[in-house]
Design a binder for this molecule. Structure first.
Ligand code: ACO
Length: 339
């Protein structure tokens, strides 16, 4: 019998420090009006101090998800972490969480698919489940991005977009058919893609081995230690790839947009998500957005949305969920999940 990767719980954690658009306009030439009109963002969360790292946020989200599932850390068989902002150049955040949570010496894997981290992560978890390599899995998506943003007018196009935060899911391999005996719960299908010709359209060049001498003082002066993006190119690619992902997943599973209870897209720009929603002809309540309050938390956006959707009663057991993501790489993809 084929195993299903069933999501048992989802949770999130964001730092307490709220940074509004007006706060940013004191640091750089920008305005609440510009940011709201172009992106939908009103505020984001930044870590409170340097002592807070990606694994700190990831641990907080993970502990809440484990508690909701009623699982002890020792029960886990696998940790998968998606992040573009690891605590250390190496090793990855997965092993740090293995230690922090007090897990057994289970495998710990880091995924580097940027804003597509959650959708790549769920696909990866599904593979581990279907190949019977893990039964109880923790998927953590966590980002601390505020320290690498250029919080001056030079970096304003990127600085106003991003925030810090984390989300976590517990996923279990089950061979049950759900109570009604109808649709199986769990990850039904995933679609992933990449196009490295977009690598330099959205990237942070340093630290990295492509640069002789690793990091020089002049590189810091030139701003190479901050993320850079050609926003218009990314925007157009995002809309195209998100729609391609949605149509592919729906078509090959014989599902129409109207059958989907909730679409949970990556939170990069409210206008991107609005274009996707209109193209799929869905009413506003069928698409979950919270970019207004958190900005773009990269890999963490979708699990934070899922967690809030459950808390708000907008996502219930048995619902059909479609996740959609696009990000640096370029990478993109989605998952069709029976919650
Ligand atoms: N405040 C005020 N003005 C600004 C700011 C700011 N924060 N940032 C840029 N501007 C200025 C620009 O300098 C430009 O001025 P100019 O016309 O005098 O040259 C003007 O505003 C317009 O800038 P555009 O870049 O044309 O603005 P656009 O409408 O394209 O919006 C944005 C920019 C919001 C970045 C948009 O392009 C976007 O959302 N792109 C996609 C982002 C995305 O999907 N990222 C993927 C995920 S991220 C990841 O994977 C890590």
């Amino acid at each position: 019998m084929s195993l299903q990767a069933v999501i048992r719980s989802v949770s999130h954690y964001v730092p307490t420090r709220r940074v509004t658009n007006d706060d940013l306009s004191k640091l750089m030439e920008t305005s609440d009006e510009w940011i709201t009109e172009r992106t939908g963002i009103k505020e984001r969360r930044f870590i409170e101090s340097d002592a807070v790292t990606t694994s700190t946020l990831g641990e907080a989200a993970a502990r809440k998800a484990l508690e909701k599932a009623g699982w002890a850390p020792e029960e886990l068989d696998l940790i998968v972490v998606a992040t573009l902002s690891p605590d250390l150049y190496f090793p990855g955040v997965g092993v740090l969480l293995q230690q922090r949570l007090g897990c057994r010496t289970i495998p710990a894997l880091d995924i580097r698919a940027q804003c597509s981290g959650l959708v790549y992560g769920l696909s990866c978890v599904d593979g581990f489940v279907k190949s019977r390599q893990a039964k109880k899995i923790l998927l953590v998506c966590a980002e601390v991005q505020s320290p690498v943003l250029d919080l001056t007018t030079r970096g304003r196009d990127m600085a106003v977009l991003f925030g810090d935060g984390a989300g976590a899911l517990t996923i279990e391999a089950v061979d049950e058919v759900d109570g009604a005996g109808a649709a199986k719960r769990g990850i039904i299908d995933s679609f992933l893609g990449s196009d490295g010709s977009g690598a330099e359209v959205l990237c942070m060049k340093l630290p990295g081995t492509a640069r002789p001498g690793f990091i020089k003082a002049s590189d810091i002066e030139a701003g190479l230690v901050h993320p850079k993006m050609d926003g218009k190119v990314v925007f157009k690619n995002a809309v195209t790839r998100l729609l391609e992902t949605a149509h592919t997943l729906l078509k090959r599973n014989g599902v129409s947009p109207g059958d989907v209870s909730l679409v949970v897209p990556h939170q990069a720009n409210l206008r991107i998500n609005e274009m996707v929603r209109q193209e799929l002809k869905l009413p506003p309540e069928r698409v979950f957005n919270n970019i207004q309050r958190y900005g773009n938390t990269t890999a963490a956006t979708i699990p934070i949305c899922l967690s809030e959707a459950v808390e708000e009663g907008r996502l219930k057991q048995g619902d059909l969920v479609l996740t959609l993501a696009f990000g640096a790489g370029f990478t993109w993809g989605g998952n069709l999940v029976r919650w």
